[in-house]
Design a protein around this ligand. Structure first.
Ligand code: 13P
Length: 254
């Protein structure tokens, strides 16, 4: 598949604004002043950093994502940030349903469905995360598990709406553990997700939806993962915090 690749960096709860500015400046100086051929680069810093970094990435290859958004538009929800606020700040993407949000903040497939709907309504592209925990993988029930996640949060969408979604497959057992899924394991799940998308929608639509892999992606393993036919790029955690390594991962997507 020769469609665009996407390399996204999820900083999680790391880096001060100053450190974030240094990291982004480092990436821009390395070669992200202008578009990298056929690869989209997205960074998801903490929400506090978004406005400062938005100014910094103007006219560069870097786009920004929020790591989360509320499932409501506005109101008395202390500490939350709504997707219309993101849209108002010209933030183009939002990660929805990261496993850390599901595990630590008890986000359910149903509340994530509402977040996806709001993101699409306000024109912010959802990067929807799915992926099974270790015990489900050991029981070999990962297909069924991931199917339910995408069915319950995405399959109510119209064909036009689903075409605007990015999916990230992030097996929980591979996140922050150094235990990467093998390229074969990643490819098998991505092909499965695409097959289910084609069953629900059309083959053309399914083929056009980017499916990123996340879970201990680094400069050494990125190429073998990105070379898989159904792997359209990566969602990178720890390795996105280092200029040289993240830049190498971006290059591995070429
Ligand atoms: P790591 O790359 O640190 O395993 O994190 C992956 C991830 O959760 C990206 O969203």
């Amino acid at each position: 598949m020769s469609k665009r690749k996407i390399v996204a960096g999820n900083w999680k709860m790391n880096l001060t604004v100053e450190e974030g500015v240094a990291l982004v400046s480092g990436l821009i100086n390395k070669g992200l002043q202008q578009k990298v051929s056929n690869t989209e680069v997205i960074l998801a810093p903490p929400a506090l950093h978004l406005l400062t970094l938005h100014n910094l990435v103007q006219n560069s290859a870097i786009k920004l994502a929020a790591q989360n958004c509320s499932d409501r538009v506005s109101g008395a929800f202390t500490g939350e940030i709504s997707v219309n606020m993101l849209a108002g700040a010209h933030i183009e993407y939002v990660i929805i349903g990261h496993s850390e949000r599901r595990i630590y903040f008890h986000e359910s497939n149903i509340s994530l469905k509402d977040k996806v709907d709001l993101a699409l309504e306000y024109g912010v592209t959802p990067i929807f995360c799915c992926g099974e925990p270790k015990e489900i993988r050991i029981d070999e029930k990962q297909d069924r598990y991931v199917f339910r996640q995408i069915e319950e949060s995405l399959f109510h969408l119209s064909e036009e709406q689903i075409s605007k979604v990015i999916i990230a497959y992030e097996p929980v057992w591979a996140i922050g553990t150094g235990l990467t899924a093998t390229p074969e394991q990643a490819e098998a799940m991505h092909a499965y997700i695409r097959k289910e998308l084609a069953n629900r929608y059309t083959t053309d639509t399914a083929n056009a939806i980017p499916i990123l892999y996340g879970g201990s992606v680094n400069a050494a393993n990125a190429k073998s993962l990105f070379n898989q036919p159904n792997v359209d790029g990566g969602l990178v955690g720890g390795a996105s915090l280092k200029v040289d390594e993240f830049y190498q991962i971006i290059q591995a997507a070429q």
